[in-house]
Design a protein around this ligand. Structure first.
Ligand code: ADP
Ligand code: MG
Length: 227
């Protein structure tokens, strides 16, 4: 398989004003993510992992530098186009699942597909397949509150990839789980990424999980460096 670069950060800077002073979090960060790979982003708290993921996911603008998705420079695009790219090409998973509490697992996974214009039947079929990939096919009718933490995160991952994005960005997705459950959730995530040819960048504090990913990067001096 040719490994195409799907996400590229080039010379990305991000500075936060803090009263009189400026906090420089990213200072010319470069990073490439290729099709089919899972990369761990491992760095201490406060070094800029979430900032980097938000920039990569077009939730924020860099102060300098450029973010490319599928080879297209995204910084100068109108907000509507950035939103469309985010919806179609990027899936997000957070530490907490953010599932809609009044809907079942299946319905939560159907939602982004219905917004994207799929029929109910199509959305339901794909949601069921994704639940199977995440090994929770039997839990589809349950609401989030009736699911365990690990199951909730697997539904959140399924929802994130429901519209077949190119890139999965995950911000400490297993940070709230015990090690054994974290490992199981990662197994399912990995199987999904391998099967779908997605690319994933996963911020984690879990060195055991990081060691199972294809590459590990960290943030040092405001730059992304290989570990
Ligand atoms: P991490 O995810 O690695 O813990 P973050 O990217 O959340 O780090 O934050 C990096 C640093 O930037 C922290 O010191 C944080 O306080 C600061 N920061 C993040 N977002 C903002 C913001 N919107 N305004 C000011 N400072 C921020
Ligand atoms: Mg963070």
């Amino acid at each position: 398989m040719t490994r195409k670069t799907v996400l590229q950060l080039s010379g990305v800077e991000r500075h936060y004003g803090q009263g009189e002073t400026t906090l420089s979090i990213l200072k010319g960060a470069d990073f490439e993510l290729r099709t089919g790979e899972i990369v761990a982003l491992v760095a201490p708290s406060g070094t800029g992992k979430s900032t980097l993921l938000h920039l990569a996911g077009l939730l924020e603008h860099p102060d300098a530098g450029e973010v490319f998705l599928g080879g297209h420079a995204c910084n100068g695009l109108p907000d509507a186009e950035r939103t469309a790219i985010r919806r179609n090409e990027i899936g997000f998973v957070y530490q907490f699942h953010h599932l809609l509490p009044e809907f079942s697992a299946i319905e939560n996974i159907m939602m982004p597909q219905l917004i994207a214009g799929l029929s109910k039947a199509e959305a339901k079929e794909r949601a069921g397949q994704l639940l199977d990939y995440m090994r929770i096919g039997h839990r589809g009718e349950h609401r989030p509150s009736e699911l365990s933490g690990g199951e909730q995160q697997r539904v959140a991952i399924a929802r994130a990839v429901a519209n077949a994005p190119r890139v999965l960005l995950a911000d400490e997705p297993t940070g709230n789980l015990d090690p054994k459950t974290a490992s199981y959730v990662f197994d399912a995530l990995e199987a999904l990424v391998r099967q779908s040819g997605l690319a994933a960048l996963i911020a984690t504090h879990n060195h055991d999980l990081a060691s199972r990913m294809d590459r590990r990067v960290t943030i040092e001096g405001g730059k992304v460096v290989e570990m």
